[in-house]
Design a protein around this ligand. Sequence first.
Ligand SMILES: [Fe+2]
Length: 369
Amino acid sequence: MAPTFVSTVTSPTVTEPHRAIFVTSPPVDEPYRYEHLIPSFPDKRYPDLQPFEHEDPGHRALKHENPRAFLDTATSVVELTPALGTEVHGLDLTSLNNDAKDELALEVARRGVIVFRDQQAFIDKGPDYYKEFGRHFGRLHIHPTYAHPPGHPELHIVYRDENTTVNPERDDHITSVIWHSDISFELQPPGFTMLFLLSQPSSGGDTLYMSQVSALKKLSPDFVAFLRTLKAVHTNADQIKWGAENHLIARRSPVYTEHPVVRRHPVTGDEALFVNREFTRRIVGLKYEESEMLLNFLFDHIERSADNHIRAKWLPGTVVCWDNRVTAHSTTVDFQDRKARRHGCRVTPQAERPQPALETLKLNERVSL
Ligand SMILES: [Fe+2]
């Protein structure tokens, strides 16, 4: 079903079952090739997510004779920086069998981010295929607030054109950058995650990524030892509040979850910082000012330390895969003057509940701020 666009920001016309927000007029270049993936906001509620057993595909790849064999058909494999990121040309993601997908998960865990070029065949496969591909890596997450393509709630859509945005942008801030790990508020946040753009500006709209493993390694051993003893509360309460202010119905109740400040990757064993400015609100057990001081120090370190960063440019046909357990990222919205469309689709398989780097650290089931 084609989406219905509303005419004003302040008084949206709600047309069931889909609606778009912030739209002042439809895009001018219809019909659009990816009309079937245009954002929609079904007024549908879901029960709270239930815990599930996650088997990480990267574990299986550890037993392979050559866990990097899936890269054999690539024409180019280039490290972006020592800390994180690999750019791959020539490999066709649609050609990967299950063993190769396991190897993909392991390599993404080791490198943090892999930028795959030349993936138009994957993008052309369509939403059912995206979901089938993603389910290999874990249970697909349905976002509690943001846009889906019509009929495919397990896919997450980002969208901006000259008239429209459905993204949580902040025009009253001096930067569009909002560093985060996706849905870290959930009890079982994603591991392997992928995003691809269906339309992109000729320049701009890049995604920034950073390594939470490398960021942790920059800190002194005594400080890291202290961080390993800490837990933090992550929540999407502010995201749901933002949604409500913009006529978006929360499809699930707000979540408050306790996670370790330093987590261990279940396959690589790497330790990573696991806090982010978008969703982490409080260090458990510290006084408010102590928590604020420590979190802001860590957020600043994560965001400013460019020696732990890469920048992914969205050339046509690009698919980026990252391990959300050991990285953080942010979109850049720097192309408003180009009147261009940036339309992306994220596949978000959930993984295990974060494992504390300190094995004796106990995590509570129910938390609040
Ligand atoms: Fe994100």
